[in-house]
Write a protein that binds this ligand. Structure first.
Ligand code: 13P
Length: 245
């Protein structure tokens, strides 16, 4: 009942020249009508990316929670909409780590994005120390509790589980570990927003590649993937979209 969703996150990579990769990515997405796909590009590339592949979902990687004002270097939801973005990531672990963002920040950013009609990919994930201490499940429960907007539903919000230690490392949790966390996250969302939680997709992210995509995407309660490194070229990303079909 939940359509698979595969989203690329280019992080601080890319250039106008690299937008050529989007041609084949958008074509693959169009060819697989049963899969939703998108790419979150750097802010400066949003408008040119939308112009290059109109109709393909281009998103942002972050948004400021405020409408406007004295926030040097930041970008508002309205600005992202004007640039042509249709969704934004919030609460990515790199922003939590590099910029000190909290789950409360992610909550406020998600609400601001939704107010302006942007879809939201809300990220959660434990560190390696937290997993080693047996605290992964509690960390995810707490992050979901603090960051999930009260009016969340699957029409605009997607949860992404990205264990920090699996991002860019080539290491992934076992399929059982992924499904266990997804099921705990869904139970927590159900507790918070009731039946609406059943429509909210939960993506897995962290070292997803064309080689492991089919098994990860086939695991129970995995509704898609959030892909970093392997989304930077069509050659690596298209097989992941295909694996979701
Ligand atoms: P990698 O796919 O490079 O591990 O990155 C995952 C990620 O952080 C996507 O948001």
């Amino acid at each position: 009942m939940r359509r698979k969703l595969v989203v690329g996150n280019w992080k601080m990579n890319g250039s106008l020249a690299m937008l050529a990769e989007l041609d084949a990515i958008a074509a693959a997405a169009a060819a697989h009508a049963d899969v939703d796909a998108g790419v979150a590009v750097p802010t400066t590339l949003i408008a040119p990316a939308v112009a290059r592949v109109p109709g393909f979902a281009i998103g942002a990687q972050d948004v400021h929670a405020a409408e406007k004002g004295a926030h040097t270097g930041c970008v508002s939801a309205a600005m992202l909409v004007e640039a042509g973005a249709v969704f934004t990531i919030v609460g990515h672990s790199e922003r939590r780590h590099d910029q000190g963002e909290t789950s409360q920040d992610a909550w406020a950013k998600a609400a601001a994005a939704h107010k302006h009609g942007l879809g939201v990919i809300l990220c959660c994930g434990e560190t390696e120390a937290e997993r080693d201490a047996g605290r992964a499940e509690r960390v995810i429960q707490a992050q979901v509790e603090k960051s999930l907007p009260e009016n969340a539903d699957g029409s605009w919000l997607t949860l992404a589980y990205e264990p920090r230690w699996a991002i860019g490392t080539g290491r992934t949790p076992t399929l059982d570990e992924i499904s266990a966390i997804h099921s705990i996250a869904r139970a927590r969302m159900r507790h918070l927003v009731g039946d609406r939680a059943d429509g909210i997709r939960i993506l897995y992210g962290g070292s997803v590649t064309g080689d492991n995509a089919a098994s990860i995407l086939g695991a129970p309660d995995v509704d898609g993937a959030l892909v970093g490194g392997a989304s930077l070229t069509a050659a690596k990303f298209v097989p992941i979209i295909t694996a979701a079909a």
